[in-house]
Design a protein around this ligand. Structure first.
Ligand code: APR
Length: 312
């Protein structure tokens, strides 16, 4: 039987992800949105591309959560994107309400699904999904690290004049302004970039990576990035659906790993059919540890801010 992926939010990220899943033939897709007609129209358009792509998966567009029942993977992209000048954190209250609704309505009909949370501020939204579904934390994963690392890989590749696919990068911590690109663990075919680039150059690339989302928001004026976010989410969906056990930087619930507990943060994880199957603990030096903890605490502060807002 084909696997089923439900994508909640048929906007830029959701529809681009649907295109990647359908084109690859990986799984049947349900595209859900609150706006009537949009998911149906995009699903029909994608269905009509299937003969051209040689794909035989089924695509449904809907405004009814019943159609998402028995999903293997639920991806949450519903919510509001950033406008110029906004940080991801500015989306907190509005998107928390959306994600809370989505989590409640999907978990009641897909009791075994793995969740991938994309909506920003993502680490906080992953925690919200964990709370609302009551599922085991390994089943709720946030998408951020793959995207931030892809941005870092791109900038490093341009700087070195080496193909982007030969650059591996690691960005840890929250998917926000306090993200932590890790140059020691960023390599060109295994050679750490600290041996290939000056500290000044690396610092510039780190700054551009941290500002990567805002740079695109500033150019687009309306809406935020979606091609690379969708491609990043697709890697996660694929690793879960095919049980690939890929090692990818994702936001996972920390329960003592890195000496931290109780909140989500970006760490290298092994992703398979059970979601997060392992969190890999790297030997961080003092500075890296400090930066990572600072980033973790920024996520923690935001979760607590949301809890205070909800209590009022
Ligand atoms: N239930 C379902 N869908 C919803 C809801 C809801 N309660 N509220 C909004 N949506 C839908 C919108 O109708 C829209 O189609 O979510 C979609 C969001 O799409 P876009 O506005 O195009 O935003 P997008 O660029 O896809 O980003 C979505 O991902 O990367 C993050 O920061 C980004 O949080 C944002 C999210």
């Amino acid at each position: 039987m084909k696997k089923k992926v439900s994508i909640i939010g048929a906007g830029n990220v959701g529809a681009s992800l649907a295109q990647l899943v359908v084109h690859s033939g990986l799984a049947d897709v349900v595209l859900f949105d609150i706006v009537e007609g949009v998911p149906q129209g995009k699903a029909l358009d994608l269905s009509e591309a299937c003969p051209l792509w040689g794909s035989s998966v089924k695509v449904i567009g809907t405004n009814d959560y019943k159609d998402t029942a028995d999903s293997d993977v639920v991806v949450i992209t519903a919510g509001f994107p950033r406008k110029p000048g906004m940080s991801r954190d500015d989306l907190l209250a509005a998107n928390a309400k959306v994600v809370g609704d989505v989590a409640k309505n999907t978990c009641s009909v897909s009791k075994d699904a793995i969740y991938i949370v994309v909506t920003n501020p993502m680490d906080v939204m992953a925690q919200m999904t964990l709370k609302v579904t009551g599922f085991n934390p390994n089943r709720i994963i946030g998408m951020g690290g793959i995207l931030d690392s892809a941005r870092f890989r791109t900038f490093v590749a341009w700087e070195l004049g080496i193909a982007p696919e030969d650059i591996e990068a690691l960005v840890m911590g929250g998917h926000g302004d306090q993200m932590v690109p890790m140059p020691r663990f960023t390599t060109a075919k295994g050679i750490s970039i600290i041996h290939l680039l000056s500290k000044e150059k690396i610092d510039k690339l780190i700054e551009r990576t941290k500002n990567g989302g805002a740079e695109i928001v500033g150019l687009l004026k309306t809406g935020s990035a979606f091609y690379a976010p969708a491609a990043s989410t697709f890697q996660m969906v694929k690793s879960v659906i095919l049980d690939e056990k890929r090692l990818l930087p994702c936001s996972a619930y920390l329960d003592g790993e890195y000496g931290l507990k109780g909140y989500y943060a970006g760490v290298p994880v092994v992703l398979g059919k059970n979601g997060v199957e392992k969190i890999v603990e790297l030997p961080l030096n003092e500075q890296e540890k400090q930066d990572f903890e600072k980033s973790f605490n920024a996520v923690k502060d935001l979760v607590q801010k949301l809890e205070t807002m909800e209590a009022k």
